[in-house]
Design a binder for this molecule. Structure first.
Ligand SMILES: [Zn+2]
Length: 122
């Protein structure tokens, strides 16, 4: 299977099947964005979708496997873009728009899914 084919698929109902698929998606996106993740962990978290350290250590919530793929994809891209822009300012948003032009719709939809936040932002 070609890497780009899966990333482009927009089957709203489909979720990533397991942690390996989720990690695979992270690697594809990291390559595309041009950032490096050092470790990818998938574990259960109560209030966060994901978190990333400045050194590239990414932790993803297992719940990402039970929401539509395009939403978890947004979470992944959001976290990876933080390696380029640490806060949510203009630079951050312009990177997001470059890689996921419809990120704002996805962010809205994600909010409806649960009360989870990104990292520890308010
Ligand atoms: Zn963020």
């Amino acid at each position: 299977m070609k890497a780009t084919a899966a990333i482009k698929s927009r089957d709203a109902e489909a979720s990533w099947n397991d942690a390996d698929e989720l990690k695979w998606a992270v690697r594809q996106w990291a390559a595309r964005i041009g950032v490096k993740t050092r470790q990818i962990h998938v574990r259960s978290m109560k209030t966060k979708w994901a978190s990333i350290s400045t050194s590239g250590r990414l932790t993803l919530n297992t719940d990402l496997m039970s929401i539509p793929r395009e939403l978890s994809e947004y979470v992944i891209v959001h976290e990876l873009v933080h390696l380029l822009a640490p806060n949510h300012g203009k630079v951050f948003k312009s990177f997001l728009s470059a890689y996921l032009p419809d990120w704002e719709e996805r962010a809205e939809e994600l909010k409806k899914q649960t009360n989870n936040n990104f990292h520890s932002e308010r």
